[in-house]
Design a protein around this ligand. Structure first.
Ligand code: SF4
Ligand code: SF4
Length: 314
């Protein structure tokens, strides 16, 4: 066997020995503004620092509007494709709970590692019922249910941890710290990657957030009961919702019957009566959006919407 061949073999053995080498395919998901790309770039830097080949790809079409963002990072001795096939992800890192659930089937079934911030950012299309206080159509799975489906799961309220450090936007660094604990790469290397990527004015808080995330992960690795965020709301528990009500008043003396409010009410609540005066024909459908109030050229409409307190609007 040649020296070069022996050297390559020794290198492969060395890489295979490292815990981090198990996580060759990493997927990072979230929504715009959460710092998905900072995490994936930090992973790429760490991989390069270890002398590995790295391929990174990302999709962030509507990132600035809270849209979906995801990134694939692959590293190893030789990496060809920049994307990871379904069922081939070693580690799925989610900065938003429902986004994490959406990509779960990309994880390797028997060995996949799932790390998620339980922060919930409800997208507009989850608001199927526009009435005040109506429940959202949002993912119902709890961290405990997800933990039953994957090989290894860590769900934490990273945003609150970061907020307690003074910067909730550093939640991505908390999550990065959690992931770092599943690798053998030196803390100094992770912090150097973070320093290279975080804006200078938030470098210090990002470092603290990383350290806090890593400490949380080390505690959770030692005690599995800590791995499921205890503050996560129980979807089956009755929601402590306040009662809301809407009152739309139309002054017939001011209404000239122009029909604007009737045509533009999104819920089709209004109609003109036989005297060509606007009336509320579907009060239960009114969401209190105030479109009618704002558009009435004669100030004939007033809308009151709010929480009900002892039977009347607050
Ligand atoms: S506030 Fe006015 S426009 Fe909005 S839903 Fe109620 S009646 Fe319609
Ligand atoms: S917009 Fe005003 S004036 Fe026109 S129909 Fe409605 S209440 Fe009457």
């Amino acid at each position: 066997m040649s020296a070069a061949a022996e050297s390559a073999q020794a290198k492969r053995a060395r890489l295979a020995d490292r815990p981090a080498a198990a996580a060759r395919n990493v997927m990072v998901v979230g929504v715009g503004g959460q710092g998905v790309l900072l995490i994936s770039k930090a992973l790429a830097l760490i991989g390069q620092k270890q002398g590995l080949q790295v391929k990174q790809s990302e999709v962030h079409g509507m990132a600035k509007r809270g849209g979906v963002v995801f990134s694939h990072v692959r590293f190893g001795e030789e990496v060809w494709s920049p994307t990871i096939a379904k069922g081939e992800v070693d580690a799925l890192i989610a900065l938003e709970w429902a986004e994490g659930l959406r990509w779960l089937d990309y994880l390797k079934p028997e060995v996949g590692l799932f790390i998620a911030d339980t922060r919930r950012i409800v997208p507009p299309f989850a608001c199927r019922d526009r009435r005040f206080g109506a429940p959202m159509q949002y993912a119902r799975e709890t961290p405990a249910e997800v933990a039953d489906k994957v090989a290894e799961s860590y769900a934490l309220d990273a945003t609150t941890i970061a907020a307690e450090l003074g910067e909730p936007r550093a939640a991505n660094s908390v999550v990065l710290g959690v992931f770092s604990a599943s690798t053998s790469y030196a803390v100094e290397d992770w912090l150097a990657a973070l320093d290279a990527l975080a804006p200078s004015k938030s470098r210090e808080v990002n470092r603290k957030a990383f350290v806090a995330g890593r400490a949380w992960a080390e505690a959770a690795r030692a005690d599995p009961s800590l791995r499921c965020d205890p503050t996560f709301p129980d979807a089956d528990a009755p929601a402590p919702r306040r009662q809301f009500a809407v009152a739309v008043a139309i002054d017939p003396a001011w209404c000239k019957g122009c029909d604007i409010c009737v045509k533009l009410c999104p819920e089709r609540c209004l109609a003109l009566n036989a005297e060509q005066v606007a009336v509320v024909k579907r009060p239960d459908a009114c969401t209190g959006c105030r479109v009618c109030e704002w558009l009435c050229p004669d100030f004939a409409i007033s809308v009151r919407a709010g929480a009900v307190n002892r039977g009347s609007l607050e």
